[in-house]
Write a protein that binds this ligand. Sequence first.
Ligand SMILES: [Zn+2]
Ligand SMILES: [Zn+2]
Length: 346
Amino acid sequence: MSSVEVTGPEPGKEGSSAGKGRELWNWHPPFPMPRSPIAQWPIRPLILLKNLLGGWFPISVKLFIAFVAALTWAYLTPSPDDTRTFSSGWIAYVFFRNLVMLTVVAGGLHLYLYTFHRQADHLRYETRPLQTDSRRFTFNNQTYDNIFWSLASGVPLWTAYEVVGLWAYANGYLPTIGWSDHPVWFLALFVIIPLFGNFHFYWIHRLIHWQPLYARVHHLHHRNIVTGPWSGFSMHPVEHLLYLSSVAIHVILASHPIHFIFHLQSKVLQGPTSHAGFEKITAGTESENGLAIGDFFHQLHHRYFECNYGEPDIPFDEWFGTYHDGTPEGLKHIRSNMKKRGVTRG
Ligand SMILES: [Zn+2]
Ligand SMILES: [Zn+2]
């Protein structure tokens, strides 16, 4: 889509005039973005472990979602006695609980960052506004479009997966473990599940970039070149179905319903944070301290389309020649690979 060079301010500086030509980023991480430690040889186990756990502590979106999943299971999920059989009462309850949960997270971020501008453009990747008068979007409005597809398609399909999962656990159809059986494995699953989710996402994402599926399905998510919190889970119903299908792994992976709930919430609630368009959420415009929410790797995908299909912790993009590290050389590299593949977008 865009054909201008990747230039912009120095990493960590906002709106500086460093670089020639049109500036593309208001803020960006240092370029080149570091390669995944899994893709480097020889493998250094300590660095790998640090990378794996560093994304969790001392505070992170993942940790927050694990906490929310635990609370959801403890206080906001119907009992197995109820979920053993399908009935409209508890299914409606799960639907409204999910509707409220996504609205609080995406709506809260949108209000903070885009309605009240509490952070102005501090640590924002780019300064272009969300579109309010464009025929590209349903209702000609990017935010209304994104809210509509998230709530009208995303929440029902998220709920459908969760309802089937809760029903299957309650009936003993899914292999189940408890905290007291395998405490280490119980905790390890919280780390493994997001990694598996990213592994699955890469392949699903490659599939929906196949032109016939892109034109009918995935283009809806790619209406968003500049992204906001509601863009993250704004997808076509077929994409929602595919995107959340990673939970099928629980058919063979012994787990607890809390893991299943965490798996779905990770996929859904990380959308608003990673698409918010900001590297961190901070308490104002001065401090660099705050909660890391951004995903610049995926931001590059929204700008250049045919690169960075996965997430950096699973280095398929590096292995399959679709990795854009943010530099002009990185852009040349993915464009020459696109030519070889006969891809014209980007
Ligand atoms: Zn996206
Ligand atoms: Zn895509």
